[in-house]
Design a protein around this ligand. Sequence first.
Ligand SMILES: [Zn+2]
Length: 302
Amino acid sequence: MLVDDILENNRRFIREYQAQPLPPPETIPLAVVACYDPRLDALVHRALGLLPGEAFVLRTAGALVQPQGGVMRSLMLAVFMFGVRHILVVGHTSCRMAAFDTAAFIDAFRSRGVPREAFGPGDLRSWAGAIPGVREGVLLSIASIRGTPCLPRDVSVGGAILDDTSGRLEVVVQPAEPVPSPKEAVAPPAVEPPPTVEPEERPPPEAPEAKDELVQAVRTLGRILSSTKGFRPALGRVRNQLERSTNPLEHIDILEKQARAVGAESADILAAFQHLRREVAQRRGRPEWKEVIQLLRELTRP
Ligand SMILES: [Zn+2]
């Protein structure tokens, strides 16, 4: 719709509208965070039984509340300035942010002349606020809200999923309930640099099944990468770098960079990288730390 159409609509509107100032602001006890999907416009208020003006309904892609951002700012202002005491995060079943296609996003901005660098050096999926799943997205948002130091203790934070076909609301986290940790795939990658000195006290050797998990994580990634078009040839460009590196986390970074360079940025691939990175980071200072390098080299052998 063009702006001219809107202005024409508005001219028609004011002919009928009885001019009146807004009522004075009042205390509003509830804030709802829902997805910005326009298909939900008619549904959210009705499904939650809310009259217009009865709650702050904040709409944002994927209903994702990040620790720093406009939605958090609005929520905290609503808490302190308008008496919000309850916050409810509402994800919805067919949320497109849970199926965010990073490759399509990249194609879209490149084809409009915007370079990758415009989005900063960080992860594109984080930039976009892609969620690994509807339930996980709700859990992440609740964790962000409960985790902000600005949140007073007397404010409850809960979460639910709206079935956008049936209209049914399913509670994911009751306001008083602790937040279950979102499944492994959504945990942030371990980013701490490796220590430059060996720790003095070596932790006890690991149980065999724990090591199996590491091998499993390497194999899973290997399987995904071997079916990724263009990844093998791309490895040739970093072969020397991989041979020189003795830090498994650096190895993983190099592999991920190459995977991204050939557009392999699906949720599965990124989750496999994150999972492996976490498995590896846990083994810092253990004997397996060095073995991981061998496993990774096998993975990338020509
Ligand atoms: Zn959505």
